[in-house]
Design a binder for this molecule. Structure first.
Ligand SMILES: Nc1ncnc2c1ncn2[C@@H]1O[C@H](COP(=O)(O)OP(=O)(O)OP(=O)(O)O)[C@@H](O)[C@H]1O
Ligand SMILES: [Mg+2]
Length: 260
């Protein structure tokens, strides 16, 4: 049994940008006086690659908004462009056309150094394959993120312990990745990605390699993080059960979002 409950679904299309905005504004108006500003805005984004002298159009005009404290999911067939979009949203890559604003800052215009700075401090990543350093323990892997983010050393121990505890790994702190199961490694990747308190966590297929029970556990952790850490999570998944808990689901088909 899954320990989380599906989010209440709106009758409107979850893939529609306007509807997503309306829903958010409606939800926000119940809790606050004014709707919050988007954390991330993607507007008219296109991404093409040159392959063998030919232009390959992968993203063909993407619009998306992420608001604070949301769990948003991206689904779509293999090759539809999900990872390409996640890389753009996290400032790892820049669009061929269109705009991306993160906390009001134009990621599409900033140079590599500035984007790296923003990434290190304000964004967490969980990649399709866990990106843990094999020679470092779980503890040291998390520590590295704090070091890179410029978090004062005096805060490291408390925060690392807290994050590993949050993902249920206090007892495996000093294990290296090879001494951990796949699910445990993925949970270290999550602890690492949230340790510096990013505003945005981008997770590319974080549950793909996991059995359904572990996948449900990871989603429980995600929900907890969204509620307690003031973070927005945008993740890709193919898992229909997991999609049920999203605040919004965007479906990508061949480089564009479609309404269901
Ligand atoms: N750097 C690149 N150069 C050329 N083509 C690329 C590059 N990156 C991605 N592509 C192409 O863009 C398309 C979309 O790739 P992407 O990785 O975004 O798909 P995806 O939706 O994440 O798929 P999956 O579900 O398999 O992870 C693919 O056809 C891929 O070959
Ligand atoms: Mg992908």
């Amino acid at each position: 049994m899954l320990s989380w409950l599906p989010r209440k679904k709106s009758p409107e299309s979850p893939a529609s940008i306007d509807n997503a905005e309306d829903r958010h504004a409606a939800a926000a108006s119940g809790e606050r006086d004014t709707p919050s500003e988007p954390l991330l805005t993607v507007r008219g984004v296109e991404r093409s690659f040159d392959v063998g002298g030919q232009k390959l159009r992968v993203l063909k005009g993407i619009d998306l908004k992420l608001y604070p404290k949301q769990l948003v999911m991206l689904k779509g067939r293999s090759g539809s462009g999900k990872t390409t979009l996640m890389n753009l949203m996290g400032g790892l890559d820049t669009p061929t056309a269109g705009e991306i604003f993160f906390q009001g800052r134009p990621l599409h215009k900033l140079d590599d150094n500035k984007r790296t700075e923003i990434r290190r401090r304000d964004i967490g990543f969980i990649f399709q394959a866990y990106a843990l350093l094999p020679l470092l323990s779980a503890y040291e892997n998390v520590e590295l993120t704090l070091r890179m983010a410029g978090v004062p050393r005096s805060q490291w121990k408390k925060r690392i312990t807290e994050c590993l505890d949050m993902v249920g790994l206090s007892k495996r702190m000093h294990h290296r990745p090879s001494e951990l199961s796949g699910g445990e490694q993925q949970r270290v990747a999550i602890a690492k990605a949230i340790s510096h308190k990013p505003s945005l966590l981008l997770a590319d297929e974080p549950t793909a390699e996991l059995d359904s029970q572990m996948a449900a556990h990871i989603i429980t952790v995600f929900r907890h993080i969204v509620e307690t850490e003031n973070v927005t999570i945008c993740m890709t998944t193919h898992d229909l059960t997991i999609l049920e808990v999203a605040d919004h689901v965007y479906e990508m088909v061949d480089g564009v979002f479609v309404s269901k």
